[in-house]
Design a protein around this ligand. Structure first.
Ligand SMILES: O=C(O)CCC(=O)C(=O)O
Length: 256
């Protein structure tokens, strides 16, 4: 197992600059600095999760009461895709996705996932609210969210990397979990399959109700992740992965 270090600073440098006690001199300097983030007034205790090529931050972002309300609101608001849209093609074969999925985001954005192109629906009030809280606590902006709903522990997500060309590779993927706690496993790309030539230990986490996992660059280059079947889990879970999509896969076309 990998070591998880606790740290109590916000996750980016712009933010940490604002969260320490500042002297008057520093305040004057800050007044000239356009990149200050006074809204970082609600720091959460982050845990650092690190391994070779893996850099994540984990925090409980919402209290149980807040997370319960958000879960119920999302159950009312989110409309999941059905029919052919709820299927994927892998090596030419069509499969039903073993969970429900929906995509929301800024107007006109699309995201291609396992060969399927999805158009973003307009933000719902609750998704917009959660996006704002994530931005406040990370300093990162997001223009898209992939929603996955797992009815119980039989619903799952196979091993993959979030390395699609539309994603800004330097923007972390912010994964908010609501509902049943589920195991989440990272596996290094060189430790997969029979012919793996390296022996990296997998990194295993439990994603709690109300938590936020930030997958920072270069995690998605080197590590695959999955949400395996857990037969003992009987309750549903909703996961939101906030992403920053760039129009053509090139940074200069960034939308947000
Ligand atoms: O539900 C989860 O935590 C996994 C989500 C995920 O891997 C993804 O959206 O790429």
């Amino acid at each position: 197992m990998q070591k998880i270090k606790r740290h109590h600073e916000p996750v980016n440098h712009k933010a940490s600059k604002k969260l320490k006690l500042v002297t008057d001199e520093e305040k004057e300097e800050d007044a000239e600095d356009e990149t200050h983030f006074h809204e970082f007034d609600n720091p959460v205790p982050w845990q650092k999760i690190e391994a070779e090529g893996l850099d994540c931050d984990y925090a409980l972002l919402f209290s149980k009461e807040e997370a319960d309300i958000l879960f119920s609101k999302l159950e009312e608001e989110v409309v999941y895709v059905t029919g052919e849209e709820a299927q994927v093609q892998v090596f030419g074969k069509v499969y039903n996705i073993p969970r429900k999925q929906a995509t929301y985001g800024d107007a006109g954005l699309t995201y291609t996932y396992s060969g399927v192109k999805r158009l973003a629906c307009p933000w719902t009030p609750t998704l917009e609210h959660i996006r704002e809280v994530v931005t406040k606590n990370t300093g990162q902006t997001f223009n898209f969210v992939l929603v996955n709903r797992y009815k119980d522990g039989l619903d799952h997500m196979g091993e993959h990397r979030d390395d699609e060309k539309e994603l800004d590779p330097l923007c972390p993927i912010a994964s908010v979990s609501l509902g049943a706690a589920r195991d989440f496993i990272f596996r290094h790309r060189d430790s997969r399959g029979k012919h793996s030539h390296q022996n990296f230990e997998p990194v295993k986490l439990e994603l709690a109700h109300g938590s936020l996992l930030l997958m920072n660059s270069p995690t998605n280059k080197f590590w695959y992740h999955s949400l395996p079947i857990r037969k003992k889990v009987t309750l549903p879970r909703i996961n939101l992965t906030f992403r920053r999509i760039v129009m053509s896969g090139k940074k200069e076309h960034q939308i947000n």
